[in-house]
Design a protein around this ligand. Structure first.
Ligand SMILES: C[S@@+](CC[C@H](N)C(=O)[O-])C[C@H]1O[C@@H](n2cnc3c(N)ncnc32)[C@H](O)[C@@H]1O
Length: 384
């Protein structure tokens, strides 16, 4: 772990890391969090942030400096981070607007609930599985507020440990080419189910797979939103490579409609849209403002331009089915060269199908065409 006590910057935040945890590669998830929180602040006029696992405090600083937070509660379970956090936070945030504690995050959520002290944005940036915090973090989140959850538990959620996934998520995760998207959907589905136990609902704002980390930003809704259509099973046919969504009502009729082979089922998971397009459009406009401001202020690499591109892909993939095909699988099953992604997307669109890239895998496409159609169109594209 870094022992660097020099002052670093990210966005508008200036901080020391020392012996605390800080991963510069996770800036993308902090950038998106900052944008979403600022949009929320603009929409509601309020932004109280609970940064439940603050590390060195970079998120707290950025929510304060870039999202216009009214107040910050930075909690960090490890009291050894106290000196660094104190120096980092109080350098930028007025002491009256910033509370710093060293409690277990679940204790913090429970205290919020006990005192009816609900937060507009609750950020849960844990190591490993987020499951121990899914139910409890809802206690601290304001109705219509935002909950930002991390999971780095990829092995379980991508189907390498199906029995463990049943144990921890109450859902079975199986292995297939779109397993990282499934991991995001498992995380959303588990939170949806936990919200339903409290008579509440959730709506995804965005879901992001980046650098082996799974992040979901969810809005907490005042009434249940779990339905057979948005919470069910993803079936993968290992024989032909096609996917089907399967609702609870269809359980028992789970063979592949193309070749009659049994489907490998994952779920229950979230089957609805991964992203809220109108909200992302506002985030993109804000990123554009920031990109312009950054270009004027400094010659350093303008990361906001990359966020604009990322948000564009998220918006495009928002309404597509809950899986993707990899170009490698299309090539392998079609016994041909691996197709060029953008040419195949164009070919599918010309034939009237929806088709886009996916942020999850640069070598993947999301489409409402089945795999056989993708292979045929890829073959035609290669003749051109
Ligand atoms: C991934 S790091 C946080 C990084 C930071 N949010 C950032 O963006 O750089 C997770 C932090 O949570 C703390 N932590 C782990 N489990 C915790 C718990 N149950 N309650 C509170 N803090 C916890 C760890 O000490 C660690 O500093």
């Amino acid at each position: 772990m870094s022992q660097d006590y020099t002052w670093q910057t990210e966005g508008k935040a200036r901080f020391q890391v020392g012996h605390t945890f800080y991963r510069s590669a996770s800036q993308v998830v902090r950038d998106l969090g900052v944008l979403a929180a600022k949009i929320y602040r603009q929409d509601t006029g309020s932004l109280r942030v609970l940064d439940a696992m603050a590390g060195c405090g970079v998120r707290s600083l950025r929510y304060w400096l870039e999202s216009g937070a009214d107040s910050i509660w930075a909690n960090e379970g490890n009291p050894d981070n106290s000196d660094i956090l104190r120096e980092n936070l109080y350098e930028a945030i007025a002491e009256g607007a910033c509370q710093l504690t060293h409690l277990d995050a679940n204790r913090v959520f429970f205290d919020c609930y006990n005192q009816s002290n609900y937060y507009d944005v609750v950020d849960v940036d844990c190591f490993g599985s987020a499951v121990p915090y899914l139910s409890t973090s809802l206690w601290a989140t304001k109705i219509n507020g935002l909950l930002y959850i991390t999971s780095t538990d990829g092995r379980t959620a991508t189907g390498h440990l199906p029995e463990k996934s049943v144990r921890v998520y109450g859902a079975c995760a199986r292995s297939h080419p779109a397993a990282q998207e499934q991991a995001l959907r498992l995380l959303i589905g588990s939170t949806l189910q936990q919200a339903a136990t409290k008579g509440l609902g959730i709506q995804p704002i965005f879901a992001l797979f980046a650098g082996q980390t799974y992040r979901v930003m969810l809005r907490l809704l005042p009434s249940e939103s779990l339905t057979p259509e948005n919470y069910g099973f993803l079936g993968y046919c290992h024989h032909c490579g096609d996917y089907q969504t399967v609702t609870w009502r269809q359980l028992g009729r789970v063979t592949c409609p193309h070749d009659g082979e049994p489907l490998t089922l994952s779920g229950p998971i979230w089957l609805g849209s991964l992203h809220d397009r109108p909200f992302l459009l506002k985030m993109q406009a804000l990123a554009q403002e920031k990109a312009q401001a950054t270009a004027q202020a400094t010659a350093q690499e303008n990361h906001w331009l990359k966020r604009i591109e990322l948000l564009k892909i998220l918006m495009e993939e928002a309404e597509l089915p809950p899986y993707f095909y990899t170009l490698g699988e299309i090539g392998r099953r079609g016994k041909m060269d691996i197709p060029k992604r953008d040419r195949l997307i164009q070919g599918l669109q010309q034939q009237g199908y929806q088709a886009t890239a996916t942020h999850i895998n640069p070598e993947g496409i999301k489409t409402d065409a089945n795999l056989t159609t993708c292979i045929e169109i890829a073959r035609d594209c290669q003749k051109d």
